[in-house]
Design a protein around this ligand. Structure first.
Ligand code: SF4
Length: 363
């Protein structure tokens, strides 16, 4: 049995446990900013009280418009940036209490795949050196590093003899495969993919998504997918969390969310026809009204300035996430008319248009 097979068996058949692998409670991250004279002028409330948990072996997708705080949240979950407040645990251990050496050791189990594979690979390192580096850092497979590099390259669909080549010799899709192999080298239990395919040509996106889906299934990985691409989300996510202005407004099982969204923002995301332009051919509009500033978010429900169902209470009181398996933060969620079901035949088309909208507004 090869090392990869043993690794897969370990992960696919983890000890029975109900506890989440990753759990965050009330994470807050505000970025203060100053004017040209150095005077404090406020703070961007990038993440504002986010709680979530991911069981082992599951895929959670975090979705939302550009600037909603999802990438900041991803970095908080890996403690690449420090939260202002909140708690974070990995496999029951308090990540925020870890000292630098313990955190470095724990990072072996938590990896990040970036959007831009070229930026994440050092142009001065060939493929073998790039993948060997985490093996040496974490003292894995000592004495058989070269064989391990070959196994990892094969695992991501690349020929082992490409190990001596340099990043610039590969296409974008191949570079992302190398970045994935490097992330796998430390044998992580959790991977966070921050828009892992959005920088790739559409023609190769599907191949890399399929690869990620295979790895998640075969290695039993826990995966957090940060994405504006609901087509990708629909393909591989078990759970979805929708973010708006630094907060999660709806969270639940992916299929339930796609077929019966409860929060008006999620409904707008899925029901809008964002391929349409305004009368002057101007910017695409998903909803009426602009996204409010994260420096001074609206009072009460942050979505109230754009919500078609807004009531007086919405401007005064902030709703909290309520529900059993599918949670929504909306005062009126039980009295809203049922969501218009999306027919299966048109679901892909809608998601493709929504993806185009996000891509345009993210650019
Ligand atoms: Fe809309 Fe009010 Fe629900 Fe907010 S709380 S989403 S404003 S109905």
């Amino acid at each position: 049995m090869s090392e990869l097979d043993r690794e897969a068996e370990r992960n696919v058949n983890p000890p029975r446990q109900q506890n989440p692998l990753l759990e965050a409670q009330g994470l807050v991250k505000h970025f203060p900013f100053r004017d040209s004279l150095g005077r404090a002028r406020g703070a961007v409330r990038a993440v504002d009280g986010v709680s979530l948990s991911v069981p082992p072996g599951r895929v959670l997708a975090i979705v939302g418009e550009s600037g909603c705080g999802k990438s900041t949240l991803g970095r908080l979950l890996l403690r690449l940036i420090e939260p202002d407040s909140g708690t974070l645990s990995f496999d029951g251990e308090d990540v925020l209490a870890m000292r630098p050496a313990a955190l470095r050791a724990k990072r072996r189990e938590m990896q990040l795949i970036f959007q831009d594979p070229f930026a994440s690979l050092d142009p001065r390192m060939n493929v073998e050196a790039a993948i060997t580096e985490p093996l040496i850092l974490h003292r894995l497979h000592r004495g058989r590093e070269r064989a391990r590099v070959a196994e990892l390259l094969e695992r991501v669909g690349l020929r082992p003899e490409l190990a001596r080549r340099w990043p610039h010799e590969f296409s974008g899709g191949q570079r992302q495969r190398i970045a994935i192999a490097r992330a796998l080298a430390s044998e992580p239990r959790l991977i966070i993919g921050d828009e892992p395919v959005s920088a790739l040509d559409v023609s190769v996106q599907a191949q890399v998504v399929n690869l990620l889906g295979d790895l998640i299934r075969d290695l039993g990985l826990t995966f957090i997918l940060i994405s504006h691409d609901l087509g990708v989300v629909r393909q591989i996510a078990d759970q979805v969390a929708v973010m708006y202005l630094g907060q999660i407004v709806e969270q639940g099982p992916a299929e339930q969310m796609f077929h019966n969204p409860r929060h008006p923002y999620t409904r707008a995301l899925l029901a809008a026809v964002p391929g349409q332009r305004g009368p002057e051919g101007g910017a695409l509009k998903l909803l009426e009204g602009d996204v409010p500033s994260p420096v001074a978010p609206p009072s009460g429900c942050r979505f109230h300035t754009r919500c078609p169902h807004v009531q007086a209470i919405c401007r005064e009181r902030a709703p909290i996430l309520v529900g059993e398996t599918q949670l929504a933060a909306c005062h009126l969620q039980d009295s809203l008319p049922p969501a218009t079901p999306i027919r299966e035949a048109e679901a892909d088309d809608r998601l493709a248009r929504l993806q185009a909208y996000f891509r345009e507004t993210t650019a």
